[in-house]
Design a protein around this ligand. Structure first.
Ligand SMILES: NC(=O)c1ccc[n+]([C@@H]2O[C@H](COP(=O)([O-])OP(=O)(O)OC[C@H]3O[C@@H](n4cnc5c(N)ncnc54)[C@H](OP(=O)(O)O)[C@@H]3O)[C@@H](O)[C@H]2O)c1
Length: 252
């Protein structure tokens, strides 16, 4: 299937690792001109080398902490300088860690800023341009709405779902869609190093909780992300689509 992505411009945040990394590669393979963003420059340059080696255009590398004051505008300016416009925004920068139920305000502020507030602000930096050009795709990597305990990211990702739904209704008439994808367990830095560091525990968790029986790979997210980024997905808007090997237990 031709996804009609050749020449489309895309920014992938959180591209130094995991889902963002895998997504940048597949968007580039489909012909997108890509900008990749994270804090670790060496990993972004390695990704750029890998993409260039496939014969695709070398991605623009943007080294930026998304939580810094003024980051959304600085990122927008760098993207417009490098790519000229932005058709596709993949919001993959984020992170989750369980916190004590009575964690302090500073912990909540940090987690909400990374996983909701800066994602919202970065998106808003690009929405006017997308509306004007009558095409835009925003895809948010979010997370489970089944908290196992208190986790700031759960609340932040739920906020993304509610905000994205509202925004989708405002901008849909201009050819802009915004969708959210909660991953289940996808092999990535945070999953392998922090959430499930023990391989035996990982295997037991997968057998007990995931009908597929194993953790997914970044590509398992990236193929759907790439379809949603394409003009072919014009009628899918404001959705929350779980990609989790069947792990989620609720029908709706
Ligand atoms: N993997 C899963 O199973 C899973 C499950 C639920 C939700 N998610 C969500 O899916 C998204 C991607 O997850 P992942 O597992 O692929 O993550 P990952 O491998 O841990 O990578 C996180 C990415 O975000 C970037 N990042 C983190 N903080 C940043 C900051 N302040 N500024 C700029 N970049 C920042 C990291 O790059 P640098 O460190 O180089 O900045 C890295 O590229 C996240 O939002 C995560 O919460 C993933």
């Amino acid at each position: 299937m031709d996804l009609h992505l050749t020449g489309r411009t895309a920014l992938v945040t959180g591209a130094s690792q995991g889902i963002g990394n895998g997504t940048a590669k597949i968007l580039a393979a489909e012909g997108c001109r890509v900008a990749v963003l994270a804090r670790r420059e060496d990993l972004l340059e390695k990704l750029a080398d890998e993409i260039e080696a496939t014969g695709a255009e070398r991605p623009a590398v943007i080294v930026q902490d998304v939580t810094h004051q003024g980051a959304p505008e600085a990122i927008r300016d760098q993207v417009y300088d490098a790519l000229g416009n932005l058709d596709i925004l993949i919001n993959s920068a984020g992170g989750s860690r369980p916190v004590p139920w009575d964690a302090g305000d500073d912990v909540w502020y940090e987690g909400m800023t990374l996983n909701f507030e800066m994602l919202r602000r970065l998106t808003m930096a690009f929405i006017p341009g997308m509306r004007e050009q009558k095409f835009g795709r925003v895809i948010n990597l979010t997370g489970s709405s089944e908290p196992r305990g208190v986790n700031v990211a759960n609340s932040a990702k739920a906020a993304v779902h509610a905000w994205a739904k509202g925004l989708s209704r405002e901008v849909g008439g201009d050819g802009v869609t915004i969708n959210s994808l909660p991953p289940g367990r996808i092999n990535s830095e945070q999953i392998l190093n922090k959430v499930h560091p023990d391989p035996a525990e990982r295997e037991a968790f997968a057998k007990a909780n995931i009908p597929a029986g194993y953790f997914g790979e970044p590509e398992d997210m990236a193929y759907l992300i790439t379809f949603l980024a394409s003009p072919l997905a014009r009628y899918i808007n404001g959705e929350v689509i779980h990609v989790d090997g069947g792990m989620r237990r609720f029908a709706f």
